[in-house]
Design a protein around this ligand. Sequence first.
Ligand code: ZN
Length: 317
Amino acid sequence: MPSVVWSMIKQIQGLHHITSLASDAQENNGFFTEVLGLRRVKKTVNFDRPDVYHLYYGDEIGTPGSVMTYFPIPDISKGHAGTGEVGTSVFSVPEGSLPYWEDRLEGLGIEELTKTVRFGETRLGFRGSDGDGFALVEQPGDARAPWAGSDIGNDFALRGFHSATFRVKDADATAELLRFMGYELAENESNHQRFRIAGGNGADIIDISSMPTANDAEQGSGSVHHIAFSVKDRQAQLDVREALVDTGYSVTPVIDRDYFWAIYFRTPGGIFFEVATDEPGFDRDEDTAHLGEALKLPSQHAHLREKLERDLPPIAG
Ligand code: ZN
């Protein structure tokens, strides 16, 4: 009889980043920097497809748990929401700031503003420039510092992720995986389960929505491509990788993404997970004062610079 060793993973510290697909780099950049007031902390390319940008937005230095990233692909088809994906990426805002955000987003013509209450929290839902699902939730006592370089004051600015909501057909296998990763069930509400990780980086919550009769998602612009969880360093990542492999997950080797190391695996609910290191960070090849300004290329694509600078669409701002 095989012995099952429940060596629960203890190295996960909450979310690291969420990566989505977009259709237009300029619109995407405007949405995150001008509408939401995040900082672009890196302008690079998709390491596996260097003719496509990889744009990173976050707080001043792109602290793990604050980082939303995009692959803008000009000829991409539109995504269709469904199961097997991250449905909503939720940012934390200060207590009392939702009326400001409602006015701001309405004034800027942002689509499909909604107000719902889930787990006792009011969430202001809205759509990104490709129909992406976002929401803001007031998180009292969130000590994370916002990017101070936007026109949005400290009393209102985004602090980083509050949570992400998964849409799956059957919550059980995903719930079991989250427990294995160190999350604990915090609350149940109708078809939603809230999981929280203790001692996390602030981006500590995953909500699972079970939607047994919904269609599968079709990935395209406005879809989340993958969601990344944070570990402190490479040793923690190797420990996590070993635990996942021992449990039967098929996990990629460690991949150098220049600003972090990454491993990836497909989850039972269909969502693509990454585990990324907090080291070395986005300031490894740029001064903090100038993060995100220049086109940075990984060494394997450095020889393409002239072509990429000519062919990639320019991004103003
Ligand atoms: Zn990633």
